[in-house]
Design a protein around this ligand. Structure first.
Ligand code: MN
Length: 468
């Protein structure tokens, strides 16, 4: 076991930047290149949908000379490539890495500073091919911006927040009260100060994964990214704000969230695949645009046919649930947050049940977790939790609604459209736990299959069977 740990010490992932990761995807997976010019208004989104699970490179966007890349997290394979996860249980390996936080390393200079625009020359919508993501969005949105901020007590925070472009150097921002950036902003506002931010667009994938990790507010996501990639993130000092930004980022916007100012923001198509409504929300004023020579604009599509956002968030969230579930049931094997459940609302857990009732302990922990799982199902370890037909089969043949399920009523939830109809205030939802494991104490009909020996014989010699 110690040897496995050392292997990761010696062989860090450490993609230096987005470009290195793109090269890896092109070599080990699929990268679709769109050569025809596309419009930023929804046409990038349509191309992303058309590419399916393949990564996408739009070479020309009308009116811009910056290419757009997308779908870099469009399936589990790419998440595993991003972190060089190679074992049968990526969650275990991911959690192992997280144990060794690696703070960032400040360096004097980096490619992100190759071009810096400040002051009156700033015109962000003219400079960057920022998309209109969905038809009824309130405008052009940066959906792939990692917001870097610092609090005097809590330190650095990196998280994805949507930004609605509102002018040459202005944007609206959405922060849920459950998120750390909101806490940082409220604390700055109490001091009557703006909250300085840096917005990172396009970078090493470990930073994107770190930006969706849940944890305490003083968890430095730069150090999380360092842990995930197996080497510290190199950072540089920003030009106009007192923050560090990734030295190898493609694009960094610098600015501040203004105190005591609210303006309409939204609507915006969210991870739930519904538009989140317009509301009065905080405002960002930008002070600088920094980018590499020939930068790439990385985007994340959210909407009805989304993939990127779901798979980016599902591993860190599944790992959180796995850790919590394992505390009550050590023989929990794996956790999956399904794409149909928007990578958040539906959890499937596989386990080796040691005694009756144990799955209900697991379900209680999973449904209580602040990630916001609505429906959770526990299955035996012979079920492939990544195959929806297998999970459905377990439900169909190992589950009795009255005996094996329980509810939690009126519990808090994040952005669930159906919760709004429960009460005028919204935000409260019903949760359902389902135990679809086989009973231990009853002689159950056996699963039918051909013998392992015969199956192996045919599998190993399949070519000869075809040739006769
Ligand atoms: Mn945080």
């Amino acid at each position: 076991m110690a040897r496995t740990n050392r292997r990761w010490e010696r062989a860090p992932v450490a993609f230096k930047d987005l470009r290195a990761f793109l090269k890896k995807i092109e070599a080990a997976d699929t990268l679709v290149r769109v050569k025809k010019e596309v419009d930023f208004d929804q046409e990038i989104s349509a191309a992303i949908i058309k590419a399916g699970a393949a990564a996408l490179f739009c070479e020309k966007v009308k009116g811009y000379d910056i290419p757009v890349v997308a779908n870099l997290f469009a399936d589990r394979r790419k998440i595993e490539l991003a972190l060089a996860l190679q074992t049968k249980n990526p969650i275990e390996e991911y959690l192992k890495r997280l144990e060794k936080l690696k703070p960032p390393r400040l360096v004097r200079d980096g490619p992100v500073k190759e071009n810096i625009v400040t002051g009156n020359k700033l015109d962000i919508p003219a400079a960057l091919p920022i998309p209109v993501v969905n038809e009824k969005d309130g405008g052009r949105y940066i959906s792939s911006g990692i917001i870097v901020a610092k609090d005097p007590e809590y330190g650095y925070n990196l998280a994805l927040h949507r930004l609605q472009i509102k002018g040459k150097n202005r944007a609206g921002i959405y922060m849920s009260e459950l998120q750390h950036l909101h806490l940082y902003y409220k604390r700055a506002e109490e001091r009557n100060e703006p909250l300085e931010i840096a917005v990172v667009i396009g970078c090493d994938p470990s930073l994107y994964l770190a930006s969706v990790v849940t944890g305490p507010p003083d968890l430095d996501e730069y150090a999380v990214a360092g842990a995930l990639r197996g080497a510290p993130v190199e950072t540089v000092k920003c030009k106009t704000v007192d923050l560090m930004a990734p030295a190898h980022a493609e694009i960094v916007l610098e600015g501040k969230i203004l105190p005591h100012k609210r303006e309409p923001e939204g609507p915006f198509g969210e991870f739930s695949k519904y538009y989140g409504p317009q509301g009065n929300r905080p405002v960002v004023e930008f002070t600088a645009l920094c980018h590499r020579d020939r930068p790439l604009y990385q985007t994340i599509y959210l909407g009805r046919r989304q993939r990127d956002n779901v798979f980016l968030t599902s591993l860190p969230k599944a790992a959180d649930l796995y850790r919590a579930a394992k505390e009550v049931a050590p023989e929990v094997k794996d956790v999956y947050l399904t794409p149909g459940g928007c990578g958040r609302y539906h959890a499937v857990i596989s386990m080796k049940k040691m005694f009756e009732g144990e799955p209900k302990l697991v379900l209680s922990v999973v449904l209580a977790h602040r990630i916001g799982v609505k429906h959770a199902i526990v299955v035996d370890e012979d079920i492939d939790i990544y195959d929806p037909h297998e999970v459905e089969w377990a439900m169909a043949t190992r589950f009795q609604f009255d005996r094996d399920s329980f509810f939690l009523n009126d519990t808090p939830i994040h952005l669930d459209p159906s919760s709004a109809f429960k009460r005028k205030t919204g935000l409260l939802t019903s949760k359902l736990g389902m135990d679809a494991t086989l009973p231990l104490d009853v002689a159950y009909p056996q699963v039918c299959d051909v013998s392992k020996e015969v199956m192996k014989k045919v599998e190993d010699n399949w070519q000869r069977y075809l040739e006769g």
